[in-house]
Write a protein that binds this ligand. Sequence first.
Ligand code: GLN
Length: 328
Amino acid sequence: MNQLRILVVFVVSIICLPAQAAEIDLQKLVNEVHAQFANENSGKNPDYIPALAAVDSKLFAVSIVTADGKSYSAGDIKHELSIQSVSKAFNLSAVMQQHGETAIVEKIGVNATGLPFSSIMAIELNEERSVNPLVNAGAIAQVSLLEAKNANKKWQMIESNLELFAGRDLSVMKDIYKSETDTNTKNQAIARLLANYGRLYDDIEESVDLYTRMCSVGVNTHDLAVMGATYANSGKNPVTGKTVVEAKYVPKLLAVMATAGLYDDSGLWLYKVGLPAKSGVGGGIVAVVPGKYGIAAFSPPVDAAGNSVRAQLAIEEIAKRLNANVFQ
Ligand code: GLN
């Protein structure tokens, strides 16, 4: 009897070993990668939004959430950053749910701009004007496309969609929202230019305001990884178990991330890392490994394209060590 019990325990532990080892490895991985890049000091906080210049440049966090909802984090994981452009990749899902995948192509465009995220030239040079939902023009256009009874209802729609992805209540960081509202004249110009070309689909001021508010929503790095893991899990949030977006749309949403998620450096990113990802000038980046992980990192200093230096290095290293390149 005793021998049988020993045998059963032995067999069960062999079966469970790989799962346990994987869990331990992922925690070790985030710890190691965090330590590896904590002293990387290139890049600079963006200062065109004054409140972002004031954020502590040393902050650094790394987080992985698996497609079955396990989380591993290291560093300043409680720190709330403004989601900024990362929101664009998730708001697009709400727009796609409402209008379907073809409307995104016809009313916004899905090509790469190859130009900076706030480029006016990109609007002038491309007949689509807004070009891609993940640059400022396309993101203001996607906000304008959302249909709701009034601005308040539209805001609720935007916020609750981000909350479904993150799996918790979120709120606007008031200092960031005010700072960006006080200085967003270029985004106002972009919206007016789009309206001029018939490529803005709602009120100009309201669309810029809702877009600015969306960029000011506070999230931590773990939230970003849960959002990515929701895409990795075909649109179902693995932590809450709620379906946020229909699985059929996820490949389209990830394709858009691959073309413009890191703006004018999207090609370089895809070449080096091989994962769809989205960055924001708040210092956050989230990458998606379909079927497997959401990988997020945050640190305020950004490079010339507006992508966090430490976050790019951390995700690149994690992707390498997990063999996660989607093209291999
Ligand atoms: N809110 C920022 C802007 O409109 C977003 C840009 C970004 O994160 N790259 O400029």
